[in-house]
Design a protein around this ligand. Structure first.
Ligand code: ZN
Length: 175
């Protein structure tokens, strides 16, 4: 059975609440949240999702880079569930690129993010995983990680002129 949830929209206080650490990865409650996140993400054109976006204040995200109409240049990867994720930057180097968010429809903005990061998380079996991400996938991770820490990507925009309507964004990238 698929379980597609409503996506919390900007202004909903759940997006501004720090998410709780998961202590019981094998519990049916946690496994149900993972399934709901997977089903909800699969029903969208998004490349990532965080549990607070389906109104569950828990530290679970999915990263699922894939090319789409929303992100035509995204690399293809197996969707990865990350529980209690953390990261450190491998260098201070940041780059600005476009982001959007399922919780903020119709908007795109340029956001500075670390280019190379070292990520730690527990997988769905509770195994601790450490891996390096770069570029667009590192960007998605940092975007979803922010959702667990009461931030949205617009908080990281450096200049209001870097915020575009989606229609103007598509004009820009198609020229
Ligand atoms: Zn988002």
């Amino acid at each position: 059975m698929t379980h597609i949830c409503e996506i919390a929209q900007l202004g909903n206080p759940i997006l501004r609440r720090p998410a709780e650490i998961i202590t019981d990865i094998n519990s049916s409650e946690t496994q149900d949240i993972i399934k709901a996140l997977q089903d909800t993400l699969a029903s969208t054109q998004g490349v990532g999702i965080a549990a607070p976006q389906i109104s569950l204040s828990k530290q679970i995200i999915i990263i699922a880079s894939r090319p789409s109409a929303r992100y035509p240049n995204a690399p293809l990867m197996t969707p990865t569930v990350m529980i209690n994720p953390s990261f450190q930057a491998l260098s201070n180097e940041k780059e600005k690129d476009w982001e959007g968010c399922l919780s903020i429809p119709g908007i795109r903005a340029l956001v500075p993010r670390y280019k190379n990061i070292l990520v730690s998380y527990s997988d769905t079996n509770g195994i601790l995983v450490e891996t390096k991400f770069e570029g667009f996938v590192a960007r998605i991770f940092q975007h979803e990680f922010d959702h667990l820490n009461s931030k949205v990507y617009l908080d990281s925009v450096e200049d209001n002129q870097d915020i575009f309507s989606e229609s103007e964004y598509f004009k820009l990238i198609n020229t």
